[in-house]
Design a protein around this ligand. Structure first.
Ligand code: LLP
Length: 433
């Protein structure tokens, strides 16, 4: 099999067929147990991504807390746990999934601006000492976590999430996914850190163990990441003088190459962050990070069938897939571009086609792509391993897509396409009021 270099995870063999993790994708489309659209994940590649990142810490104490929101399939969470990862969760649901997928409570951090009381209780009561840390996102939340801990008869470990006030241009990603600027709802502003520390000091049921920040996603420039890490380290140095911190957590955000370039790997971000942390005299603190996309994004594809070709005039030609914005919302929501390639490449010329889905919205549009003029019946939408299935919905009365897990060159497990009957049932179900 000769690997085509423009694809990170897929490769095309000499006979023109597309493979992922040693499995021919057209075999998945033909497999009657699965159905399309289907997400296909290469578990070995995901595990290797985690191993490379783990190795970049060398002997420095650390935690890679996988951001479960990127892809919450338990099989993936388990594979990452086996490589030593913990989890970053943002809801009681994700917390439960992490625990039941074999992640130890003391390797879980919990972010989010509006955790419910019952979710906080679950975090405090998990394991022998609660989870590793509840990342508090406001001064006000410290009081609430303290009160819940008192109620639960335990001490809650917390980390303060700093909003470093890094402007959106510095982070240079889509505005919807920057979180570290002054107007973002996330984290505690630098100006309020002193109040936060005073409140921690007055609240015996919380123990401050870390300082954390996360400023955005799909960051492709190490310096942008470091500008936020620098702000975090400066504050951590002051906090450390007063509290027994055990770690600093520089968040997630490691970008991947969607085809328009990203020359840095998650390990590159970590090596640079380690150097900066040492410069700030924080060598005795562990380094945590919270990557989602960087571990899984490049190692999943969304496979879909071509339902219909349509010609408007010479300039307007559409290829209409059976996958739409309900299956993969990133193009509609963030104007994201995912490469689209046929599963078997017919010889002959390419032409420009607008690739769209079946959903009744103009934003159900995957962009214009150069694709074979000749007939082909299925495509792979690339780099769909992160924020694909996890953001999918049943909009327009469509079933959630199937998921296929490939390991060791074979299909290890299938999560079949949801039955549309289940959706009809759910929409019809009510109880007498
Ligand atoms: N930590 C926190 C607190 C986060 O909010 C996030 C992502 C992460 C870690 C992981 O970030 P990552 O390493 O995956 O960049 N749906 C959007 C991305 C939203 C990211 C939300 N927070 C997309 O499809 O691009």
């Amino acid at each position: 099999m000769s690997a085509a270099s423009f694809l990170m995870s897929c490769s095309r063999s000499a006979d023109g067929t597309l493979w992922l993790g040693g499995v021919r994708l057209s075999d998945i489309v033909a497999d009657g147990r699965i159905g399309t659209p289907a997400y296909v994940y290469d578990i070995d590649a995901i595990a290797k991504e985690a191993r490379d990142l783990e190795a970049s810490f060398e002997r420095e104490p650390h935690l890679v807390a996988y951001a479960i929101k990127a892809n919450s399939a338990s099989l993936i969470v388990r594979a990452l746990a086996e490589e030593g990862c913990g989890a970053d969760v943002v809801s009681g649901g994700e917390l439960e999934l992490a625990l039941r997928s074999g992640i130890a409570a003391d390797k879980i951090v919990y972010s989010g601006v509006a955790k419910q009381d019952d979710e906080i209780d679950r975090a405090i009561l998990a394991g022998r000492e609660g989870i590793c840390a509840i990342n508090v996102e406001s001064v006000e939340e410290i009081a609430r976590v303290g009160a819940r801990a008192k109620e639960c008869g335990r001490t809650a470990r917390i980390a303060i999430r700093l909003n470093p006030g890094v402007d959106a241009e510095t982070i240079d990603t889509h505005a919807h996914i920057t979180t570290g600027h002054d107007e973002a709802k996330f984290g505690v502003a630098r100006a309020r850190i002193a109040d936060a520390l005073d409140l921690v000091a007055q609240t015996p049921t919380v123990r401050l163990v870390g300082m954390t920040s996360h400023v955005g996603s799909q960051i492709t420039n190490v310096n942008a990441y470091l500008s936020s890490a620098r702000a975090l380290f400066e504050v951590a140095r002051e906090v450390k003088a007063r509290f027994a911190l055990s770690y600093v957590d520089t968040g997630g955000g490691f970008g991947i190459d969607y085809g328009d370039g990203c020359s840095v790997s998650p390990a590159d971000f970590i090596r640079a962050t380690r150097a900066l942390k040492a410069e700030h005299g924080l060598s005795n603190l562990a380094l945590y990070c919270e990557p989602g996309r960087g571990l899984v994004g490049a190692h999943g594809v969304l496979v879909a069938r071509v339902t219909q070709r349509k010609v408007g005039d010479r300039e307007h030609r559409w290829i209409i897939l059976n996958a739409g914005m309900n299956d993969l919302i990133r193009p509609a929501l963030y104007q994201a571009r995912h490469r689209i390639v046929p599963l078997t490449a017919p010889p002959g010329p390419l032409g420009a086609f607008r690739v769209v889905g079946p959903v009744c919205e103009s934003s159900d549009d995957f962009g214009v792509h150069d694709l074979p003029e000749d007939h082909f019946d299925a495509v792979a939408i690339l780099d769909a391993g992160a924020y694909g299935f996890s953001m999918a919905s049943t909009y327009n009365g469509r079933a959630l897509p199937a998921e296929v897990f490939v390991r060791g060159g074979r299909i290890e497990a299938i999560a079949p396409r949801h039955e549309i009957d289940a959706w009809v049932h759910a929409r019809m179900a009510t109880v007498p009021g």
